[in-house]
Each structure stands twice: as structure tokens, then as C-alpha cells.
Design a protein around this ligand. Structure first.
Ligand SMILES: Nc1ncnc2c1ncn2[C@@H]1O[C@H](COP(=O)(O)OP(=O)(O)OP(=O)(O)O)[C@@H](O)[C@H]1O
Length: 610
């Protein structure tokens, strides 16, 4: 059976927690001083209420006793005080909830804005492919709407319970100065023990994030439309259920162990606390029988002991959840302060006039793995149309991703600019450079927005340009068949229509055509198109690529004919570089690929003829 360990302890030390607290609280306070101030006021008032109630109880019992004995007692005043206390409890309770609502709205917007702002700063893809980042971002995303408010609330509850504990202890002073000391000393060990266990809380939470991401994935595969065909065809459901159950039961077993240990471990300490309480109770009752204490004092001790136990238990719980919130904030601050892999330069150099691309001995491996692009050097003058060919996994797409600065080379440089004006790609603003590029990626994004939004992608709308992009990409024919035309919502998630694979690809093409770019990148742009559409789209690209640097990655060698130059990649290296005719004449890898593809057509022709 698979046994699962708890993750490495991620808990911060007490000192580190205080550091996070000192960093977080002033920031939250500054962002909403009035709200937090009012909430603090409510917490202090609420904290005083238990002591008030206990004293009122004592005075009431003593007052009733006095009245029964025929002495004078102002019971009306007492009744008024009870009513006033109850009213104050109600009012502060409602006010706290209203204030929490406001604070929640405020903190959610603020935290999510900061998180999204930071995501916007992450220029590359490397960070997003790191599994640790997935866990962190999931934890941050889940926590952003609630952690800031929860931290504030927890701190306020701590204030309330702290004031409550002090207030209730103070009422015990009426019995004797030593009474609060004895009671707190008896209850403290259980509290500390509970606190020690609660440190496990964050580790468990982290574990839950890793597990829940995987469990969610199983659920998604089982339930979502995009996996439904394979799940049914290959009968995957029992397999998914089995793996889901195995993981869940395993996880639950670990959690049960932790929970049981926690509950049983704290029992002896709670027994000690009960002994002290019972001892004190017997002492006070005994002394009351001797006439040292009044009946009201006995009631006071009973209610104060119960009250103090409640307050201390609350303090322990709030400290424990507060620790979790602070751990979350630790991740949050670390995320905001992190310098993500690909960063924009502090003082970007302007883009050069001419966008010639130069790779100078560029080597790159994903996540410091073995190189998938190795020692590639080449220059592509602005305006050249270049085809990149080579077998699967040769590094063609990676080369393009490096040119777009989704990753930085492990060694070597990528330069932009004509002779004498070259600048390192790392020295220019990535956003400014990417604005010069239009691309149809192999795995282009299918946004579940309207068709129009999918083409325009946040750029200013220009009706003639849009009409041209839709027409030239071949998307126009699809539009006639989609209800709502350009306004049709795409994708299943919001009840929209779905397009065929080829129609989506035309849409991705329209996107590239709509963007007025100096560099065009086409990564297998026609893989899903029928022959007629492919011919049409290539005609559009041929028209578009005139005068623009174009990089066309393709396995369909027929389309290479539109290129001025062909690059052949193999095993991450650039092994051939020349014109179509030159490379054919050379009789190397390209000639071999061409011969193989041509022979397929020849065989088919012979087959048809025969
Ligand atoms: N994000 C990634 N993380 C890790 N490895 C990757 C990643 N993307 C690609 N690779 C690996 O890098 C190598 C080159 O991939 P690349 O996509 O550049 O090849 P390609 O020539 O475009 O292939 P194809 O013709 O199949 O599209 C492959 O071995 C692939 O497994």
C-alpha cells in the first residue's frame, strides 16, 4: 500500500512569524485605517462583556439573597444593567459583521489586484512550468479572497479573547489575589500543548494543496467535456475512480492519525486543568459554608472558571489559525518580492530601427535540463521569409519561444537590430518587442469569449482590418454557419458554440492577420486545415509576409516554397541553412525529408493510377 508522509515542515519559527506579522499588519492597517479601527473598538467592547456578565451574575444572586433576607436591594437597576449588557452584545455583534463585510470586499480587491499585477510582471513561461509555483499560486489564489480579512479578524478575536481572559481573571480577584494565578497555571499546559499540535496545521494545509491539485485533476478528467471522448472510448472511468479513491483514502488515513494523536495527546493536560478547577470549586464552596464567601461569589467562581476556560481555548485556536494566516502571508510577500526568471530590464533600451534577428551561439535546456537547442548561430535580416523544418522534438518551437523571450538562453545571446545597432533581447522591454510580433502557435489559446474578442484580443477595434482578417483567414465561411456571427460566444463553459479544429485554426490565423506586426511567426499554422483552406491561408500568409520577417515552422514541405530560406534542425542543432533549391542540390537531411514526402505522394499517385 502506498504510504504517504507529511510534507517537509514549512512552519516558520516564532520569530519569523512575528516578522511576517510586523510586515503585514501595518500594511493592512494603512489600507483601511477606519475600518480596522472600528473593528478593534468592537473587539474590545465584546472582550469586556464576559466579565461584565459574571459580575452582574454575582450582584444579582447577592441582591436576590439580600431581598429574600428583607434587606434593601435595587433589583430594577440590576435588570436595567442586564438589558443594557445584552443590547450592547447584540449591537457590537451586528456592527462587527457589517464591518467585516466591508473589510472583506476591500481586502479581496486589494490582494487580487496585487497578485494579478505580479502575474503581469512574470514575462517568461519558465516560472509557470515549475510545479512548486503551481502549488504556491493555488494557495495564494485560494487564500487571496479570505486570508487578509481572516488575519485581521483573528487578531481582533485574539484581542477580544485576551481582554476577555484578563477581565474574567480580574473578577476572580474578588475571591483572592492568588486565584487567577492558580487557575491560569492549571490551564496553561493544555493550551500550550494544543498550540504545539496546531503547528501541524500549515503542513497539513500544504499537503492538502498538493493532493487536492491532483485530486481536482482526476475529477476534471472524469467530468469535463474536453476529456469526455477519450474517457468513454478507452473506458477510463473505473481507472479514474480507483486512483481518486486510493489517493483520497490514503490522505484521509494520514489525517486521521494526526487528528487522533492531537486529541489524545492533549487529554492528560486537560485533566490537570480540570483538577485545579475542581479543587478551587471545592475550596470556595467549603469557605462559603463557613460564611466567608457569599452565594454570589460561588456563582462568580463557577461562571468565571467556565468563562476563562472558554477564553483560553479560543486564544489557543486563534493563535493556531493566526499562524496559518501568517504562513500564507509569508508566501504572499515572498511571491510579490520574487524576481521571476525572465525579467524586464529596469531601464530598457529602445527597439532598434531595423528588426534583424541574430542568434549568437544560443544554447537552451528547459529547467536546467539537457539542451534542446544547442549552439545555434544565425542571422535573419528584416523582411526575410524563413522556413524551419526538422523532425519532431528537433527544437523548432523552442527556438521561436526563445526569440519571443518566453525563456532566456542558458548560454549565448539573441540580438535585435541591423549591423552596428544590435541590442541584446534582454535589454529591451519584452512587451514592446512582442508587440512587433504576430504569431499562430501550434497550441494556440481558445478563449471562451466571443468570436470578435478572440480575434481582436484586447487591441483597439478596427472594422476594415477585422473584415480583412476574417476574410483572408477563411473564417468568414465559418461565421455564416455560426449563429450570432462575430458576436457568438465560443466554448462550452458558458453555453457557447464550439468550432471545428480547422475553424479554430482559421480563427488563430485571423488573430495574427489582425495584428499589425513586423514579424510573423507561424508554427504549423495549417495542420488542421483541409487542402482548399490550406491553400487559401497560405495565399493570405504569402501576401502578409511580403516585406515582413516571417518564420514558418512546418512539416508540409510544399509550403516551404514560399520561403526565401530554409533552416533544418535536428537534435537541437541547426544542421542545414540555405534555399530550397540549394538544399535539394546538396543532398543532405532536407533533400532526404523532401524525397520521403514526395515519394508518399508519388506512391499515392501510382496507387490511384494502378
Ligand atoms: N515546456 C517544456 N518543458 C520541458 N521540455 C520541453 C518543453 N517544451 C518542449 N520540450 C522538449 O524540448 C524538445 C524540443 O521541443 P520543441 O517543441 O522545440 O520541438 P519541435 O521541433 O517544435 O517539435 P514538433 O515538430 O514535434 O513540434 C522536445 O524534446 C520536448 O520534449
Amino acid at each position: 500500500m502506498l504510504t504517504r508522509k507529511l510534507p517537509e515542515r514549512e512552519d516558520l519559527t516564532g520569530r519569523q512569524l512575528l516578522g511576517v506579522l510586523a510586515q503585514t499588519v501595518p500594511d493592512l492597517l494603512r489600507s483601511a485605517p477606519l475600518l480596522v479601527g472600528l473593528m478593534l473598538l468592537m473587539a474590545v467592547i465584546q472582550g469586556l462583556m464576559p466579565a461584565v456578565t459574571i459580575l452582574l451574575g454575582k450582584w444579582t444572586v447577592d441582591g436576590v439573597g439580600a431581598a429574600l433576607a428583607g434587606q434593601e436591594a435595587n433589583l430594577t437597576l440590576l435588570a436595567g444593567a442586564w438589558a443594557g449588557a445584552a443590547l450592547l452584545t447584540q449591537v457590537t455583534g451586528v456592527a462587527s459583521q457589517v464591518l467585516q463585510g466591508y473589510a472583506s470586499d476591500h481586502f479581496t480587491v486589494r490582494t487580487m489586484t496585487r497578485l494579478m499585477g505580479k502575474m503581469g510582471e512574470i514575462q517568461g513561461l519558465d516560472v509557470l512550468e515549475d510545479p512548486r509555483f503551481h502549488d504556491d499560486i493555488e494557495i495564494l489564489q485560494m487564500g487571496a479572497p479570505r486570508r487578509p480579512l481572516n488575519l485581521v479578524s483573528t487578531l481582533l478575536y485574539l484581542v477580544r479573547s485576551g481582554v476577555g481572559a484578563v477581565g474574567v481573571s480580574a473578577t476572580l480577584l474578588t475571591i483572592g489575589w492568588w486565584v487567577p494565578l492558580v487557575v491560569v497555571a492549571g490551564m496553561l499546559p493544555a493550551l500550550l500543548r494544543q498550540l504545539a499540535f496546531s503547528k501541524l496545521g500549515w503542513s497539513i494545509f500544504i499537503q492538502r494543496t498538493q493532493d487536492s491539485r491532483e485530486l481536482n485533476y482526476f475529477q476534471r478528467v472524469a467530468m469535463r467535456h474536453e476529456y469526455a471522448k477519450e474517457v468513454r472510448l478507452y473506458g477510463l472511468m473505473p481507472h479514474l475512480q480507483g486512483r481518486y479513491l486510493e489517493r483520497t483514502l490514503d490522505y484521509q488515513r494520514v489525517m486521521r492519525g494526526v487528528r487522533n494523536k492531537q486529541l489524545l495527546g492533549v487529554l492528560p493536560y486537560q485533566a490537570l486543568s480540570l483538577l485545579v478547577t475542581a479543587g478551587l470549586f471545592i475550596y470556595v464552596v467549603d469557605r462559603a459554608q463557613q460564611g466567608v464567601y457569599t452565594a454570589g461569589s460561588v456563582v462568580l467562581v463557577i461562571t468565571a472558571l467556565a468563562g476563562l476556560r472558554d477564553e483560553l481555548r479560543s486564544i489557543s485556536e486563534y493563535l493556531s489559525v493566526g499562524t496559518e494566516h501568517l504562513n500564507w502571508f509569508h508566501k504572499f510577500h515572498r511571491f510579490l518580492a520574487a524576481a521571476p526568471g525572465v525579467t524586464a530590464p529596469a531601464q530598457p533600451r529602445p527597439l532598434p530601427r531595423e528588426l534583424t534577428l541574430t542568434l549568437d551561439r544560443v544554447t537552451f535546456g528547459y529547467r536546467d535540463g539537457p539542451p534542446v537547442v544547442e549552439d545555434v548561430s544565425l542571422t535573419i535580416p528584416e523582411g526575410q521569409v524563413v522556413a524551419i523544418v526538422g523532425e519532431n522534438g528537433a527544437g523548432k518551437t523552442t527556438l521561436v519561444k526563445l526569440l519571443l523571450r518566453f525563456y532566456d538562453p542558458s548560454s549565448g545571446r539573441i540580438l535585435l537590430g541591423g549591423p552596428g545597432e544590435e541590442v541584446d533581447l534582454r535589454a529591451v522591454d519584452p512587451g514592446g518587442w512582442r508587440a512587433q510580433v504576430a504569431a499562430v502557435f501550434q497550441d494556440f489559446a481558445k478563449f471562451e469569449w466571443t468570436l470578435r474578442e478572440n480575434v481582436v484580443l484586447g487591441q483597439p477595434e478596427d472594422a476594415p482590418k477585422l473584415a480583412h482578417a476574417v476574410g483572408a483567414s477563411g473564417l468568414g465561411a465559418a461565421l455564416n454557419r455560426v449563429e450570432g456571427g462575430l458576436e457568438a460566444r465560443l466554448g462550452q463553459a458558458f453555453g457557447g458554440v464550439d468550432l471545428s479544429g480547422g475553424q479554430w485554426q482559421k480563427l488563430a490565423t485571423a488573430r495574427a492577420l489582425y495584428r499589425d506586426a513586423r514579424v510573423l511567426i507561424l508554427d504549423e499554422p495549417t495542420a488542421a486545415l483541409d487542402p482548399r483552406s490550406e491553400a487559401e491561408v497560405f495565399a493570405a500568409f504569402a501576401a502578409l509576409s511580403r516585406g515582413r520577417t516571417t518564420l514558418l515552422i512546418t512539416h508540409r514541405l510544399g509550403s516551404v516554397l514560399m520561403a526565401d530560406r530554409v533552416l533544418v534542425m535536428k537534435g537541437g542543432r541547426l544542421i542545414e541553412d540555405g534555399t530550397h533549391a540549394g538544399l535539394l542540390a546538396r543532398g543532405g537531411e532536407y533533400a532526404e525529408l523532401w524525397r520521403l514526402q514526395a515519394s508518399q505522394y508519388a506512391e499515392e499517385r501510382e496507387g490511384v493510377a494502378g
